[in-house]
Design a protein around this ligand. Structure first.
Ligand code: ATP
Ligand code: MG
Length: 913
């Protein structure tokens, strides 16, 4: 049977639909509102709150294909990618779930049925594993799983696995349980006859690989690491789509399938290099050049997928956090293609349209934004190629040992450490070794990976201290780990009732109880997190900041809420202290003025978005938003600067809508599809539930899916003013604006300023005109002064030239001059040099109470008589308590004591002998 990748994906979904599963869409690859995770790294992520018991499942059986990224944190496969043939950065994870419904039996039955009957895989090539138990944890072997497998699989194909491979945990704490993997042996029959596949399972053999993992969640792990049975047991499975396709299409590499081949062929074509899938690493094969090229092609074909989907889901490359991870992946692809495929100009971006086409109908997010994504990738490539080149220049100065002083690497707060490193650097450069610290600097600042550094070093006959590099890298890692370490305690449950109601759309004050709390330690600071059964506090999301306010207790105790955040669907209140009366009813009281201003800014953001679509066009899409009490920030896709006229036009529309005092239409629990059909603006990269909230200001103007808080009617916003427009990234612009009281303050400041100006200018009729006149007059005066000074200097030139004394073949002039600035004195000195041969000139001046010394020595005297203006001026400056320097033929100095100027002139004569 020869199925295409599309058919294989569809067959999976159809199979589980036929077993009563609801097929759901993939969540975005970029995770929002989860402090523990940047990117989706498994199909189960979007169901985390269900497993934690913090939300109800939408259906008891669910299946999907989830786009995943494993490039950071606990799952980081980046270094394997391209080097091996079955780990990707971005991959699709096919999954089926049971939420408290079926368990081990059905999960095992169905995975076997799908693989062998539907897909027709050869049974003898399949190996399965089960959890062998763990004495320390007090866990018995997973006999159930073993017995279910035994119905289908020969005993020598059922293998025990230890805690590392066969016990899955969501994190340090939380749901966990035994798992059972399915592996496929794709070797030739000869190889299989020689060595049994059973010996190669979980042994890094590229042809005996894991394709599917079935997790049976039945425990909850607490902070003290004890395990407790879960009330409801779940199934969570994940199958690597690209690995499945490879196995079904009879290939020995994921890249040889129709998932990757179109990309590889395009790269091979454009680089003019052949792709050799079987190429071996240097040492194992011949030379290794083919190997490097093959790895580079795989890296490009793989990385463009991760980059494109991250950008499409709203994560732009940047200098921190998730954005930096994406930037690093992109740079990894660029330097591979630069180094091994000869792409010195941006190329990676050309793969975007190809990829978008390929995922049409699967993940449409990419297709609908392909121009934008391509543009972002292109700009990043440009920037990085420039960085690469400056890195190469930097490297060349390093090789140049005559320039030892110039190299200062790895600036550190600790000065002694810094000096030590500098010394090591100089030492190792003398020995033809690139120091670990310099290699690290190249990697950290210029994105040079170690192997690139080694390659360049080798070309110059140098070696690289790889050990030192890894040390420096480790040091940086442990520093950033220490900076971000958060110690989170277990939740302490106060009330069983675990449902949380948000009341903040309707009120800012609610009587409530604490359901649970915990202690959190971050950066040495202790904080508490409280969950209430009801709360008016809005938790930070959708760009709107979290509410602050008070928790007021019957006995008068007031505990301040400093922030409110979402975690897995919970609304978490941050406080600096723990309330004394934990069990009492309390009044949760949101700071009303702050919330009022936030509402203004949020509603204004919607009006702005709608006005922009009118003025700039429908391609304008939200790419980021911040709404707080002071202002609003709105990032959007648009390819050119927004002109003054356009900005004015946008402001006019928004303010008009404010004055129309449009009433808010708020619809909660609208079925998602119905909302889309009614023409709402939905955002890319946002995960919407089955029921959504629609915020409308005038049906024909602004209609958005939004969970934020808003004004009751637009008139409340008062006034809207854009205060800046700028670029954030390629194809992304940013507008910042203020509303209501913020504008009032802004306008008051502006008119205050105008008032001050008027007073300074003695109340002219036309301020602009009178400033213009002032500037013109100022310019004219400046020119006149310049002219006068020049005239004076050339008058002095003749006078001074006549005063030259001839001593030992030197024409010596030492004079005090009355010129208003150092520039004029310098001009005079150069003029004199032109008319007096063998000149040794010392001019001193009192410039506004400060001494000035200028020394000029004819070039022939510098050489023949060893006179050096720089040294001379330094010596002379001592007389005025000052210092200076310059070149051997011209130098200047300043100081504190003008009374010493006469002594300077006397001393100058001393240099003649
Ligand atoms: P491996 O040991 O091969 O890295 P894993 O134990 O990390 O796999 P799981 O976390 O169990 O894998 O993920 C479930 C499935 O997802 C795996 O069986 C595999 O098919 C697939 N998978 C995991 N990581 C990757 C990756 N980086 N690229 C492609 N597929 C992957
Ligand atoms: Mg792995």
């Amino acid at each position: 049977m020869n199925m295409t990748a599309q058919q294989i994906r569809q067959a999976f979904l159809d199979f589980f639909a036929s077993k009563g599963h609801t097929i759901v869409p993939s969540a975005p690859i970029v995770v929002k509102n989860d402090p523990t995770l940047m990117f989706t790294n498994a199909g189960m992520n979007q169901f985390k709150d269900v497993f934690l018991g913090e939300a109800a499942a939408k259906a008891p059986r669910v299946a999907d294909t989830q786009r995943c990224l494993r490039v950071s944190g606990k799952h980081n496969d980046l270094e394997e990618v391209g080097v091996d043939t079955y780990h990707h950065t971005m991959f699709e994870m096919l999954g089926n779930w049971s939420f408290g419904d079926y368990f081990k039996k059905e999960a095992i039955d169905w995975s076997w049925e799908l693989l062998t009957s539907v897909y027709g895989l050869e049974k003898d090539r399949l190996y399965v594993t089960y959890f062998e138990g763990d004495e320390k944890e007090g866990l018995a072997k997973d006999q159930e799983a073993y017995d279910f497998w035994k119905q289908y699989v020969a005993e020598d194909h059922i293998l025990p696995g230890n805690k590392k491979d066969n016990f899955w945990e969501m994190g340090e704490t939380g749901p966990c349980g035994p798992c059972s993997e399915i592996h496929f042996d794709g070797r030739t029959d000869e190889e299989r006859a020689k060595v049994s596949g059973a010996e190669l399972v979980n042994n890094d053999d590229p042809n005996v690989i894991e394709i599917w993992n079935n997790v049976f969640m039945q425990f909850n792990r607490l902070k003290d690491s004890s395990l407790h049975p879960l009330p409801a047991r779940h199934v969570d499975t994940g199958m690597g789509f690209e690995r499945l396709v490879r196995v079904l299409q009879g290939k020995t590499s994921n890249y040889d399938t129709d998932v990757f081949m179109p990309l590889i062929e395009f790269i091979s074509d454009k680089s003019g290099k052949t792709y050799y899938p079987e190429a071996l690493p240097p040492g194992e094969g011949l030379g290794g050049a083919d190997w490097n090229e093959a790895v580079a092609m795989r890296v490009m074909a793989d990385h463009i997928r991760a980059i494109s989907f991250a950008i499409a889901d709203g994560q732009l490359p940047s200098n921190n956090k998730a954005g930096y991870v994406i930037r690093r992946i992109l740079r990894r692809a660029v330097r591979y293609s630069y180094q091994y495929l000869g792409f010195k100009e941006p190329f990676l971006n050309q793969l975007v349209p190809l990829l978008a086409e390929q995922f049409k109908g699967v993940f449409d997010e990419l297709y609908s934004q392909k121009d934008f994504v391509q543009k972002v990738v292109l700009e990043e490539e440009f920037a990085f190629l420039r960085t690469l080149e400056s890195g190469l220049r930097r490297f060349n100065t390093y090789f140049d040992i005559s320039n030892e002083q110039g190299i200062v690497t790895h600036i550190d707060e600790d000065i002694s450490e810094h000096v030590k490193i500098k010394r090591e650097n100089i030492e190792s450069r003398r020995n033809g070794i690139v120091s670990g610290n310099f290699a690290f600097e190249l990697s950290d600042t210029f994105g040079f990976p170690l192997d690139l550094t080694e390659l360049i070093a080798r070309e110059k006959g140098w070696t690289v201290d790889a050990e030192g590099f890894h040390k420096a890298l480790e040091l940086q890692k442990s520093r950033s780990r220490a900076a971000t370490a958060i110690d989170t305690g277990d939740w302490i449950l106060l009330k069983e009732d675990d449902t949380v109601t948000f009341t903040g759309y309707d009120e800012t004050e609610t009587v409530a109880h604490i359901i649970k709390y915990r202690k959190v330690k971050a950066k040495g600071k202790e904080q508490f997190q409280l969950v209430l059964d009801k709360t008016p506090f809005y938790a930070e999301s959708g760009g709107q900041v979290g509410d602050t306010g008070d928790l007021i207790f019957p006995d008068g105790e007031i505990v301040k809420t400093t922030d409110t955040k979402k975690e897995n669907g919970l609304i978490v209140h941050f406080t600096d202290e723990l309330p004394e009366s934990l069990d009492d009813a309390l009044t949760a009281y949101v700071d009303p003025e702050r919330r009022f201003n936030i509402n203004n800014n949020h509603s204004a953001t919607h009006l702005l978005h709608a006005a922009m679509k009118q003025v700039l066009g429908s391609h304008v899409n939200q790419k980021g938003s911040l709404v707080n009490a002071d202002y609003l920030r709105f990032d959007f896709s648009h390819f050119s600067k927004v002109t003054e006229e356009e900005l004015a036009q946008i402001e006019i529309i928004v303010n008009q809508k404010i004055r129309e005092n449009i009433f808010l239409k708020e619809e909660r629990d609208v079925p998602y599809q119905q909302a889309l059909d009614s023409g709402v603006t939905a955002l890319f990269g946002e995960k919407y539930g089955d029921f959504v909230r629609v915020i409308t200001f005038d049906d024909s103007f602004s209609k958005e899916l939004c969970g934020g808080t808003h004004v009751k009617a637009t008139g409340q916003i008062g006034y809207f003013k854009i205060i800046s427009e700028s670029a954030v990234a390629a194809g992304v612009r940013r507008i910042e604006a203020i509303t209501g009281a913020g504008v009032e303050k802004y306008i008051n400041e502006q008119s205050q300023l105008v008032h001050q100006l008027k007073e300074l200018l003695k109340n002219p009729k036309d301020i602009a005109k009178s400033i213009e006149t002032l500037l013109e007059e100022n310019n004219r005066l400046k020119k006149e002064i310049e002219k006068a000074v020049n005239e004076k200097a050339s008058g002095l030139k003749t006078e001074l030239a006549q005063k030259a004394e001839s001593v030992n073949g030197i024409n010596f002039i030492a004079q005090k001059v009355a010129l208003p600035n150092a520039e004029a004195i310098k001009t005079l000195a150069y003029h004199l040099k032109d008319v007096v041969n063998d000149l040794f000139l010392v001019l001193v001046a009192d410039i506004d109470g400060k001494p000035n010394i200028t020394v000029m020595v004819a070039e022939n005297l510098v050489k023949e008589r060893g006179l050096n203006a720089g040294n001379i001026v330094r010596e002379l400056a001592k007389e005025v308590q000052g210092g200076g320097g310059g070149q051997p033929f011209f130098a200047t100095a300043g100081g504190k004591d003008v009374s010493g100027l006469d002594r300077v002139l006397e001393k100058a004569r001393g240099f003649l002998s």
